[in-house]
Design a protein around this ligand. Structure first.
Ligand SMILES: C[S@@+](CC[C@H](N)C(=O)[O-])C[C@H]1O[C@@H](n2cnc3c(N)ncnc32)[C@H](O)[C@@H]1O
Length: 195
């Protein structure tokens, strides 16, 4: 509790009117990679409580927020409550639409066992990538949260096949003791999944 109250990003979150401290991670990622622009179509996976959707929406993007948990209304943001693995819902919803940016800050509830948390988040990463392959525009961008572990390099190599540039990034606002990192894919060249 003491750490939380003294955390400068928690203080900034309150001042900035963001719903989550995580908002500052996306702000840093965006400052570094110039992802978000006015008029873009963006999917925000694992959106609850809504910090990342707020950041993208304040940049002028048209955001679709997806999460198993509820997201309270954010002006201009469409919200779909579902599990990322419910492909039927997403296929019916998006049909032939394409998006410019797909973001995933999804994370499983931590079980406290690093190796298991790693496996569980990598399954969410694969599910996010499946959607990205199907719904990203050529040239599109993809951001996905990972917990470092034995299979993140394999996932990085998968991204390298379908993005011209792939980078690891650890925002300063991500706690240093956490294995959390982001993989950023730029310039999507094509894929197909979502079955
Ligand atoms: C770290 S939080 C996201 C915080 C959010 N980016 C923000 O700024 O407010 C991770 C989210 O991933 C969601 N999540 C986990 N598994 C999911 C799944 N299978 N499908 C959709 N969302 C999922 C959780 O419900 C949780 O809200």
């Amino acid at each position: 509790m003491h750490r939380h109250l003294n955390d400068k990003y928690v203080q900034k979150t309150n001042k900035g009117g963001y719903r989550s401290r995580s908002a500052y991670k996306l702000i840093e990622i965006d400052n570094k990679f110039k992802l978000l622009q006015k008029g873009q179509k963006v999917i925000d996976l694992g959106a609850s409580p809504g910090g990342w959707s707020q950041v993208a929406s304040r940049k002028g993007a048209n955001v679709v927020a997806i999460d198993i948990k509820p997201v309270n209304t954010i002006a201009g943001v469409e919200y779909i409550q579902c599990d990322i693995n419910e492909l039927e819902i997403l296929r019916n919803k998006f049909k032939d639409q394409k998006f410019d940016v797909i973001l995933s800050d999804m994370a499983p509830e931590s079980c406290g066992l690093k190796s298991l948390d790693h496996i569980r988040i990598m399954l969410l990463c694969e599910a996010a990538l499946n959607l990205a392959k199907h719904f990203l525009n050529y040239g599109g961008k993809f951001v996905v949260k990972i917990f470092q572990g034995e299979s993140d390099k394999d996932f990085y190599n998968e991204l390298k096949k379908i993005f011209k540039t792939v980078k690891y990034f650890k925002p300063k606002s991500s706690r240093s003791e956490s294995t959390e990192m982001y993989l950023v894919g730029l310039d999507f060249v094509g894929g197909k999944d979502l079955k």
